[in-house]
Write a protein that binds this ligand. Sequence first.
Ligand SMILES: CC(C)(COP(=O)(O)OP(=O)(O)OC[C@H]1O[C@@H](n2cnc3c(N)ncnc32)[C@H](O)[C@@H]1OP(=O)(O)O)[C@@H](O)C(=O)NCCC(=O)NCCS
Length: 176
Amino acid sequence: MNGELCIRSAKVSDAGRIMRLINELAVRQVMLPRSPASVIEHIRDFVVAELDGEFVGCAALHVIWSDMGEIRSIAVHPDAQKGGIGRAMADRLIEVAVELGLPKIYCFTYVPGFFEKLGFEVVTHRELPHKMFNDCKNCPKFTACDEIAMLRVLRAPTPEEEAEGPTLPSRPVRLT
Ligand SMILES: CC(C)(COP(=O)(O)OP(=O)(O)OC[C@H]1O[C@@H](n2cnc3c(N)ncnc32)[C@H](O)[C@@H]1OP(=O)(O)O)[C@@H](O)C(=O)NCCC(=O)NCCS
């Protein structure tokens, strides 16, 4: 890829460009659409890619649970694909996930080949109960999901995490 590539945290002023790119690609059925509210509310999850100062891509890391993050809405402008921009954005988000201390990240995707190159492995949807519990239950494709679930382990669990075991979202949480 020729030109100077910059990957930076998104600003609220990027929300329109992010939405247009994602929804343009969603029309081609290659990824799921995002509403304006979901992009703006989650703007801190996003990084954007600029090539010579021009917006060419976006990607988001969403914290799902204490042991799990999700890479979402990764998109590169069709004219700039296959030049390393997707990988550069994913690498930045993986650095953020490591800084946050997340032991695992996953994605739901139609492009497993790309995520395989980033060290993700295919898993069953059942292995991601937090995703199923939080997002999938509201998805119109819940009973007929055609996205492939993929997981990358970033670090081994600590002895404390091992002792606690998995914390499932269905466990009642006492707030007082
Ligand atoms: C998927 C996408 C984000 C990848 O970004 P990109 O900048 O084109 O990919 P990169 O050039 O960084 O590719 C990194 C590696 O993945 C491979 N790769 C990229 N897209 C691939 C695909 N669709 N299938 C298989 N491998 C792919 C590349 O060949 C490259 O391999 P290499 O390191 O051996 O050279 C981009 O093509 C895109 O926006 N696609 C449409 C939207 C989409 O499908 N998003 C995913 C939603 S989960």
